[in-house]
Design a binder for this molecule. Structure first.
Ligand code: FES
Length: 156
């Protein structure tokens, strides 16, 4: 014997299904707008470091930069120290002060003409390349530009 669903019940189920589907479809854009910014990380802006004339050739100079960074819904104030190195022939490098071995802070040792990491006696040359010790890769380098006599850097 064949069981038949009454037309009214069938129509009722269809209307409920259509309502649920419409609700699901309409709720996607607001959810995307709510959730996506939480995972978005803005690119850092160009930061003005200072007049390029403040930096002397072969004398790395530490500069601490402060800026606001948005990570999703959170806006954080970030302080970062970089080393500005003017190489021969005016070539500029902006190096991270973070050792690539285990993230300790390095400092410029004028007497040794090298960046020194006190954690495990790591040494980096003036161009950031590894001189000795456990680090296996050079100091990170940041994108930079010189415009109107001023040095700008983009961190990360
Ligand atoms: S953290 Fe710099 S040498 Fe280990």
């Amino acid at each position: 014997m064949e069981e038949r669903i009454p037309r009214r019940r069938l129509l009722d189920k269809f209307v409920k299904f259509a309502a649920a589907l419409t609700t699901a479809i309409l709720s996607v854009p607001p959810l995307v707008m709510l959730v996506v910014p939480a995972f978005r990380r803005e690119q850092t802006p160009w930061l003005r470091v200072g007049p390029i004339s403040d930096f002397r050739p072969n004398e790395p100079k530490a500069v601490t930069l402060t800026y606001q960074r948005r990570d999703g819904w959170v806006i954080r104030t970030v302080r970062t120290t970089v080393y500005v190195v003017v190489m021969g022939e005016g070539k500029v490098k902006v190096l991270s002060n973070i050792c690539t071995h285990a993230n300790c802070a390095v400092r410029w040792e004028k007497s040794k003409q090298a960046f020194f990491c006190p954690c495990h006696d790591g040494y980096f040359a003036i161009d950031g390349s590894v001189k000795s010790g456990p680090p296996t890769r050079p100091l990170d380098e940041f994108l930079h530009k010189v415009e109107g006599g001023f040095l700008f850097v983009r961190l990360g």
